[in-house]
Design a protein around this ligand. Sequence first.
Ligand code: URA
Length: 209
Amino acid sequence: MLVFNKKTEFSDLTYESFAAICKACTKCALHETRTQVVVGTGPVPCDVMVIGEGPGEQEDLHGKPFIGKAGQLLTKIFESAGIERETQVYITNTVKCRPPKNRTPFASEMEACKPYLIRQIQLVQPKILILLGAPSLRDVLEESLPISKVRGQWYKVPVDYMTEPFYIMPMLHPSYLLRKQSKEKGSPKWLTLQDMLEVKTTMGFYKTL
Ligand code: URA
């Protein structure tokens, strides 16, 4: 499991300074092919944080995560579960620069980007973390678990910024869902909506504390 409290070179930075340094990053070769760094969007702090895989073409062009087709589907899933993306979710990725041809980020690239992700989590202070797809699952849980087996399960992790445990849920990646038409009960899209409804319920639980 990622050590959320870990001290990194960015530990003392405010969100603005962190984002400025991140935008100029040259830690791995992805900086050579990117148009721009996609740091993340959403309120800081924020109760719900999403970690996707890496920016795609649209994200690289516009500097915002999940704005292409997969992102539009993600927004719809949030809406269907009664969650407002703009105001209630902070969204980022395991790597902040687009991998060429949208390939899966290399382990070395995710490793180079990890201090940014750790600082981002420390600044956003989410109560619920959604991991979209296998690379994100691997990056945060640091285990090779099949996403189809663990999606929809809560992982509860103690963190020092709150007394209740931190809730982590792996979910299917919206790019995968785009390739699945069915919305029937038991289909990947249906399962993901159930997972998001579970997130919505847990958001309510935190409000009552
Ligand atoms: N897919 C991702 O994993 N992240 C994005 O930002 C866009 C598509």
